[in-house]
Design a protein around this ligand. Sequence first.
Ligand code: FPP
Length: 249
Amino acid sequence: MADTIQTQNSVDQIEFPPLDPPPYHVGIIMDGNGRWAKQNNKSRFEGHKAGTENLRRILRSSVEFGVKMLTIYAFSTENWKRPPFEIMGLMKILENVIDKELDELNRNGVQLRHIGELERLRPVIRDKVLYAIDYTKNNDKLVLNVAFNYGGRDEIVHAVKKVIAEKIPPNEVTEEVLSRHMYTADCPDPDLIIRTSGEFRTSNFLIWQAAYAEYYITPTYWPDFDKGEYYKALQVFNQRDRRYGGRNE
Ligand code: FPP
């Protein structure tokens, strides 16, 4: 990843002290590409491209900081309401990332996974996603879950349908059973959810899994959310007192 970063800033060069401990699983709502574009007199597509560049930076920092799993919200089930041109642009970005970055991601030990519904995507994109998942399946430096055509409510409905199809009796349906039928079946729940661009909403992202996640919200637009801000978010997380509904004496 290091050699392909084009949006280097001086913070990228800084080595931060180790985090004790880093969160295992971080989810990111990468919001604000459109406002960043407007602020910089660019098109929305250029905003999404800048957001993709920033993703490289955050991937590299995740490995450096010891985060083992990253789930990114790249396209929600609600994003179909956007203009066709913008939807096409986001699809193209996903395709380009796989076409151009897969080898680099693989070399850096990134295991790509997908959460969401692949059915509605064009078969060529669907096949590329499945190929990328298979190609990187043995990597263990960082798991990157790409939430694409993902919605938390949709995921819960999908899980319930699977439970019914498997004829699991109602008295055997527990939280664990439902968790095992989510797209994230073999992932631990997220420890920290970061949302950029200042909105205080979950926007249907990991709503089942984030029951006890810590939230970190920053006004910074996603393309500007750099390594230093990321480190700060992880530090803030480390200072939180996680009680999971219990009480610390
Ligand atoms: C929200 O910003 C962002 C998105 C809907 C897309 C996020 C996608 C990327 C960062 C590209 C990476 C994608 C892949 C497939 C790896 P917004 O457009 O809602 O911003 P606004 O609220 O300022 O308009």
